[in-house]
Design a protein around this ligand. Structure first.
Ligand SMILES: Nc1ncnc2c1ncn2[C@@H]1O[C@H](COP(=O)(O)OP(=O)(O)OP(=O)(O)O)[C@@H](O)[C@H]1O
Ligand SMILES: [Mg+2]
Length: 286
């Protein structure tokens, strides 16, 4: 075994797991939503998480970045046990301050852009470093401008969210998350609230981020993105990982009936949407 493997698009992925989730369980009011999830994500790896509505994808991402507590199992990020102190096998919840510090290493981008509406694009991107990290305004501003340029929005830095398209807002949201210099980026259906013509620009930014070596877990139903960018696709259903593997294997040759059923439903929905775009008058009739 070598230290690194090289993916099809020549990205280097290390053998070291940056994320290690072990037997993670979570219930809401007795409803078991995660039933023992195991997942390792290596540094530089891009993992796409797929699964039907209600399968627990969002909950799992929220557990990784400590927006939810977990009922069982453990999650490590870069060797750091998230949310708890392990004293001889007994877990003790960390203080909020320690948890906040752990969370700073993780960027999250949601389906809805969640920008501060009263702040410009530039102010949105500067806010975290200034408020949370106590960085100077000059330094934060320079870094924010660079990030906005990286996501193709240098001309929009003075615009407020309401003056930006959904795709532009989502790119600001990505720049805002990157401003905290995260080790890991979590994306929860980042393009599913966008008009179809705006999806590509957001995926392009994510693709570049992957190429630059960012470790990413992406909940998405964009199969072409998963095929081209993901190192691994993980299919979840009803709170368990059903199967995982290279995209071509999971997407083209799923081993489990549940994966097959999900993918063929997804495929039918995609066809339907395409017809609706190509033939807006009749696409929705059948
Ligand atoms: N805060 C909560 N309180 C109670 N139940 C919740 C809460 N959050 C999620 N759930 C339940 O947990 C289950 C999994 O939800 P989750 O949002 O993780 O699914 P998902 O795979 O992200 O679905 P979708 O594709 O629709 O986004 C659902 O049955 C949901 O109703
Ligand atoms: Mg979800």
């Amino acid at each position: 075994m070598t230290d690194t493997t090289t993916t099809a698009d020549t990205r280097a992925v290390s053998d070291v797991p940056l994320v290690r989730a072990l037997n993670v369980s979570k219930a809401f009011y007795g409803n078991e939503v995660l039933k023992g999830i195991d997942l390792d994500v290596r540094e530089g790896e891009v993992v796409c998480l797929l699964g039907p509505s209600g399968s627990g994808k969002t909950t799992f991402l929220r557990c990784i970045n400590q927006l939810e507590t977990i009922d069982g199992g453990r999650i490590w990020i870069d060797g750091d046990l998230m949310g708890y102190d392990d004293r001889n096998g007994q877990l003790h919840r960390l203080h909020d301050k320690r948890i906040a510090a752990q969370r700073r290493d993780i960027g999250m981008v949601f389906q809805r852009f969640n920008l501060f509406p009263h702040m410009t694009a530039l102010q949105n991107v500067m806010e975290g470093p200034v408020q949370v990290k106590g960085q100077g305004k000059g330094e934060s501003r320079a870094a924010a401008l660079e990030l906005l340029e990286r996501v193709g929005l240098q001309e929009h830095c003075a615009h407020f969210p309401a003056q930006l398209s959904g795709g532009q807002q989502q790119r600001v949201a990505i720049a805002r998350a990157l401003a905290m210099k995260p080790k890991l980026m979590l994306f929860d259906e980042p393009t599913s609230a966008l008009d179809p013509e705006l999806v590509g620009e957001v995926l392009a930014v994510m693709r570049e981020l992957a190429q630059d070596g960012m470790t990413m877990i992406v909940v998405t139903h964009e199969m072409s993105f998963a095929r081209q960018v993901a190192d691994r696709v993980v299919f979840m259903d009803a709170g368990v990982v059903v199967e995982s593997g290279p995209p071509a294997e999971v997407i083209n040759r799923p081993q489990h009936e549940r994966t097959r059923a999900f993918l063929s439903r997804l495929h039918a929905e995609e066809e339907h949407r395409r017809e609706a775009i190509e033939d807006p008058l009749h696409g929705n009739d059948h």
